[in-house]
Design a protein around this ligand. Structure first.
Ligand code: AMP
Ligand code: MG
Length: 372
């Protein structure tokens, strides 16, 4: 295992100290690992041209080798260093949405280390909308391969503390630039597919892409993959973005249905489970008289805030050692679709409809099985 003394530098996200960026760039040139904030989540960066450096990302994250990594750029013209046969649509989208939470899958250039792409002949690229990684890429002169800076399967990190929790002693430098402004990963668009296909919902609204790509296709999500085979998007793994405690996701059209969730929480607490509820401010009153751990997602009307808080609240409930986490799903539109996607994966498909009667015993038996 790649082991080092981890150093943390606190930086102004608007105006990072160039001397610190130079030190971090030197670590990248020495095949080291540097974690940094982006507008989406914290990334764990390595020189995308070095298979040794990229191998360390996989090692310390315990990431399966078949799960490819996104390459971060600081300038549109850099696309040509990492990709080939670039369609004009790539430049058009980059002009419109970079820097920003849009990742483009293109044909891979020969210089990019093969493990960046998990052996595929494509490469995923984006330009983050954050001064720290932009300065790091520019100063190092290297495209930076970086997946999220968490252990595989744990919730993505949205603060430097989360990175330290998962990777202390296995990353050379953590650049602490505060909390991530979006808190959800990028939207991934495959431009090698025809028509262009969304592989992962993310921080960029699909309606913006539809304006330019009328026949935009959405990949069938939640596909089963045979372990060991490359897949179109790693975020498709069933167990992903998950807290340690089992997370149960509930859909509800009416507020009345929420009393069912309240009754379930109460029944679980009565059976000795330590129950965590991730809830909007508006729904929280239904649970206020119960002995639960409440994780506040903010107002239901403020989806960006829910997005920013989602992974951090999963981690907080984990640190409180809850036995189970109950969440009401947001409406599946706009950013709500991305939030739904992350919750669905965290729930590993355990979704229940609150508009129908709920079998508390069935749910309890599910949890008991998980504990054994
Ligand atoms: P992470 O940043 O940890 O979410 O991981 C990087 C993401 O990039 C994965 O979820 C993949 O979906 C995506 N990705 C990276 N390279 C490729 C590629 N060549 N083709 C498709 N998806 C990719
Ligand atoms: Mg990840």
């Amino acid at each position: 295992m790649y082991s080092v003394q981890t150093r943390i530098f606190t930086l102004d996200p608007q105006n990072p100290d160039p001397a610190v960026i130079v030190q971090a760039a030197e670590r990248l040139h020495a095949d080291g690992l540097v974690a940094f904030p982006t507008e989406t989540v914290y990334g764990l960066g390595a020189n995308a041209f070095s298979a040794v450096a990229v191998g360390r990302i996989f090692e310390v994250k315990k990431r399966p080798f078949y799960d490819p990594v996104i390459v971060h750029l600081s300038d549109i013209s850099q696309i040509e260093q990492v990709a080939r046969d670039i369609p004009s649509l790539a430049y058009e989208l980059a002009q419109a949405y970079w820097p920003g939470p849009l990742t483009l899958v293109l044909k891979k250039g020969p210089q990019v280390a093969p493990n960046v792409s998990a052996g595929l002949d494509t490469v995923a690229v984006r330009m983050p909308n954050h001064r720290i990684p932009l300065a790091l890429v520019e100063t190092s002169g290297l495209p930076v391969a970086a997946p999220s800076a968490n252990l595989f399967t744990r919730p993505s990190p949205t603060s430097a503390r989360h990175v330290l929790e998962d990777l202390n002693g296995h990353v050379d430098i953590i650049l602490d630039g505060g909390d991530c402004p979006i808190g959800l990963e990028s939207t991934i668009l495959d431009l090698t597919a025809s028509p262009p296909t969304v592989l992962r919902h993310g921080g960029l609204d699909l309606d913006l892409l539809r304006e330019r790509i009328p026949h935009l296709q959405i990949a069938r999500r939640y596909v089963q993959t045979d372990e060991g085979l490359p897949m179109s998007a790693p975020g498709m793994l069933a167990k992903h973005y998950s807290p340690k405690a089992p997370l149960l996701l509930f859909t509800a059209q009416t507020d009345a249905a929420l009393t069912r969730l309240r009754d379930l929480a109460s029944a679980l607490a009565g059976r000795g489970f330590k129950v965590g509820v991730m809830t909007t401010m508006e729904d929280a009153r239904h649970f206020s008289d119960l002995n639960l751990e409440i994780a506040d997602l903010g107002s239901a009307a403020d989806l960006p805030q829910i997005g920013r808080r989602l992974f951090a609240q999963m981690r907080r409930l984990d640190s409180l050692r809850v036995d189970v986490i109950l969440v009401r799903a947001p409406a599946q539109e706009g950013l709500g679709l991305t939030i739904w996607d992350r919750l669905f994966r965290a729930a590993e498909g355990k979704v229940f409809d609150l508009d129908k009667p709920l079998e508390a015993e069935e749910i309890i038996s599910l949890l008991v099985k998980k504990e054994e």
